[in-house]
Design a protein around this ligand. Structure first.
Ligand SMILES: Nc1nc2c(ncn2[C@@H]2O[C@H](COP(=O)(O)OP(=O)(O)OP(=O)(O)O)[C@@H](O)[C@H]2O)c(=O)[nH]1
Ligand SMILES: [Mg+2]
Length: 319
């Protein structure tokens, strides 16, 4: 648990230091006063927590300060973290086998005809889909699961190579075709391969697309329809991979993807590279989609299951 929390703390360091820089060590031991409340408000805006969440955090701390003029910064930090956890209630996506229950007992008869659970990664260009697909496949493998990757970004030259090179590096199973191939038929073939190889998961990496381009959004729908020929339930997971450094600008984009594709969850990437790590709270508030993973760096182990508790504590410098 400690290791996991450290990942959150390190990964959110830029957001945390943006807050610390504005609050002059408030959470390190100062007493609360009118000036520090203003500093905190500004810091929360800067970190992109948004009006609603910022107001709720401040209201809670002001109320406590109204009752106790000796209120310490550290107590305020606990109050702030509690508000975040309350706002984020229900936000933790749990992918079975990664953060929770698991593999049948060795020797027990496995269901012969099980279908792979399909996770489709979708999102705008450069949000982190390919990297997340590879990292997640690696994580599942570490967890004792079997996985096939489907290289369905046949659009951009080098996209297939990018996923293949991750697969080689991390020794992952992959189904790929050539640039320009029909992405839906790659998805179909990959599903068949995953099924015949008895894999637990199929992770489908798709091409980046702008939510405003209807022909490209239609291509996603086609991937889904074709997968459904194999299994009407597929793809069980339809995750929007959101670039966390874009802050709250991602909300509108997420809404459009959700409308046209029926998202089931989110992955927020690149949080290690931004001081706007508060944005995921606004994204969750607006969409109420569970957040499955956070991208907290470029290494495979930097993809971490989302924990509201660790996130809230990291933001307020608690441990
Ligand atoms: N620091 C950091 N970089 C990341 C993270 N996730 C992805 N990246 C980087 O972001 C860049 C884009 O990632 P990709 O996985 O290629 O993004 P994509 O969504 O597949 O891009 P397209 O296929 O072009 O739409 C790469 O340089 C990644 O290494 C993260 O969590 N932290
Ligand atoms: Mg990609």
């Amino acid at each position: 648990m400690f290791g996991l929390f450290k990942k959150f703390k390190d990964g959110l360091a830029k957001t945390v230091s943006a807050i610390a820089a504005k609050t002059r060590g408030l959470f390190g031991g100062r007493k609360i006063d009118a000036a520090s409340l203003e500093e905190l408000e500004e810091a929360l805006y800067t970190a992109d927590f948004g009006v609603e969440t910022t107001n709720e955090i401040l209201a809670e701390i002001k109320q406590a300060y109204g009752k106790d003029k000796e209120l310490q910064g550290r107590q305020a930090a606990h109050l702030g973290a509690a508000v975040l956890k309350r706002v984020l209630a229900g936000s933790e996506g749990v992918l079975e086998g990664v953060t929770g229950p698991v593999r049948p007992v060795a020797g027990a008869a496995a269901p012969a005809a099980k279908n792979p659970v399909v996770i489709a990664m979708i999102g705008v260009n450069g949000s982190g889909k390919t990297t997340t697909s590879a990292k997640l496949a690696w994580k599942l493998k570490q967890d004792g699961k079997t996985v096939t990757l489907a290289a369905c970004d046949t659009f951009r030259a080098a996209a297939v190579e990018q996923l293949k090179s991750w697969a080689t590096r991390l020794e992952l199973d992959i189904v790929a075709s050539h640039t320009g191939a029909d992405s839906a038929s790659v998805a179909f073939d990959a599903w068949q391969a995953a099924k015949s190889r008895g894999k637990d998961y199929l992770i489908v990496d798709t091409a980046g697309r702008l939510h405003t381009k209807s022909n490209l959004m239609e291509e996603l729908a086609k991937i889904r329809r074709v997968l459904q020929k194999n299994d009407p339930a597929a793809p069980q997971h339809r995750w929007l991979v959101v670039d966390g450094s874009l802050g709250s600008n991602s909300i509108e984009q997420a809404r459009v993807f959700h409308q046209s594709f029926g998202l089931t969850g989110l992955v927020v990437t690149k949080l290690d590279g931004t001081s706007r790590g508060g944005a995921l709270v606004g994204i969750y508030r607006q969409l109420k989609l569970p957040i499955y993973f956070l991208g907290l760096g470029e290494q495979p182990e930097d993809l971490q299951p989302f924990s509201a508790d660790n996130y809230a504590k990291a933001v307020f410098g608690l441990d």
